[in-house]
Design a protein around this ligand. Structure first.
Ligand code: FAD
Length: 378
């Protein structure tokens, strides 16, 4: 089992995976667990402790089981998510309790712990993990040449197949000028609050719409709470919401979020994330593909991102295996499944935004109703 053994060439791989988030790790684990292919996983940085605070449904366990991740570790390392409350389409909160869905509670992920757990599994199964490693060049040929700086060393890896799992950076999708369809230009601004030791915290996710977008509050493991405001990039600038004072006033003005923010200390950090929805029209029969956010990314209101990262990582691994062993065969099915999934997501998302009708004159809510798919710049 494993990566290169003593005396083996440590530059020759069947599959090189760019990016070791959930999609990249799932692809590496699948390849190492179910095939004998040699796999390298390239990650450009140590993981950032400030992450969105993703909430995932219990449906995620079917995927982590497939990847051979023990369920026991989850409850200790991540926070149980028992309920979801939303004031969307009306001023009052509607609470949906995971208790009654028959699958158990969801999770507020500690992303550092989640990513490390997956990466450890990939490494134990014999994927060669290069982290931090900077990608210098990606050159096609009969095989790919992947030039990297790993520590002080410049290295050149050779690979039959490459999977782009670099998240919204989508390094290979861009390099290969793969067509991308995009629906919007939404962004999320996050503030991270650290509650005092004895302070009560909201234990559920909370969503509240406003005239110009919507708030999302999620408890994170430890004593941290993430609060985000999702809006359009131009509205963010018009309302000056990157200014912490302005941000605070905006949060206080909303009914449910304002009541919670009033009790929290000043936020520790602000982060801005792109959250627009887009999908790549992947090639059906090339020596590369993409998975996770690099292939399709979703509005956080859907809570689809992590599940999609794992399932598309698994699917992309099978496409890679078919290409290396038989010269192809699964690429078209994968590409079409991705487009179909995105199409049904766009319809569901539009219906959800249409439920909020309290601000008919607001540019933010009007835009959501008129969105189609448009070709994005490569
Ligand atoms: C604000 C916000 C809120 C969200 N909320 C939720 C939620 O509640 N539930 C949910 O399921 N999802 C949520 N998501 C989505 C979720 O975070 C992503 O879908 C998920 O992280 C995608 O996983 P990934 O592996 O595709 O990409 P990432 O997690 O982005 O991992 C990509 C990795 O590639 C690395 N990389 C980038 N470029 C290179 C390069 N050139 N070379 C090597 N490595 C590279 C990066 O460092 C990174 O580690 C949210 C996202 C945002 C932004």
């Amino acid at each position: 089992m494993g990566g290169p053994r003593a005396g083996e060439d440590d530059t020759q791989f069947d599959v090189v995976i760019l990016g070791a988030g959930p999609a990249g790790a799932a692809a590496a684990i699948t390849l190492r667990r179910f095939t004998g292919l040699r796999v390298a996983l390239v990650e450009r940085r140590q993981f950032d402790p400030f992450r969105p605070g993703e909430t995932v449904s219990p449906a995620l366990f079917a995927l982590t089981d497939y990847l051979g991740i023990e369920r026991a570790g989850f409850e200790q390392r991540h926070l149980q998510s028992y309920a979801h409350a939303a004031a969307w389409g009306g001023a009052d909160l509607v609470v949906r309790d995971f208790l009654f869905n028959g699958q158990g509670s969801g999770l507020h992920l500690d992303r550092m712990a989640f990513d490390s757990m997956l990466l450890d599994q990939a490494g134990q199964l014999g994927a060669v993990v290069l982290q931090p490693a900077e990608l210098l060049a990606l050159t096609p040929g009969t095989r790919w040449t992947v030039a990297l700086r790993h520590g002080e060393r410049r290295r050149e890896l050779s690979a039959a197949y490459v999977i782009d799992c670099s998240g919204r950076n989508s390094v290979m999708v861009r390099q290969q000028r793969c067509p991308v369809l995009q629906t919007d230009r939404m962004v999320g601004v996050y503030a991270y609050y650290e509650a005092a030791q004895d302070q009560e915290r909201e234990q559920r996710t909370l969503v509240e719409t406003t005239e110009n977008g919507w708030f999302y509050l999620a408890p994170l493991p430890g004593r941290r709470t993430a609060l985000a405001f999702m809006t359009d990039a131009d509205t963010l600038r018009t309302l000056d919401l990157l200014d912490p004072g302005q941000w605070h006033r905006h949060a206080l003005a909303s009914r449910h979020i304002g009541a919670l923010v009033r009790q929290l200390p000043a936020p520790q950090a602000f982060r801005q994330y792109p959250i627009h929805s887009r999908v790549a029209r992947l090639p059906a029969n090339a020596a590369w593909t993409a998975a996770g956010d690099a292939a399709a990314s979703f509005d956080p209101v859907s809570s689809l991102g992590i599940g999609h990262a794992l399932s598309s990582g698994i699917h992309a691994a099978r496409v890679a295996h078919a290409h290396v062993e038989r010269g192809g065969g699964l690429g078209e099915g994968y590409r079409q499944a991705l487009l179909d999934h995105f199409q049904s997501y766009v319809t569901t998302r539009r219906d959800l935004y249409a439920n909020e009708q309290r601000w008919p004159g607001s540019g933010f809510w009007q835009r959501r109703l008129s969105e189609g798919w448009e070709r994005a710049a490569a």
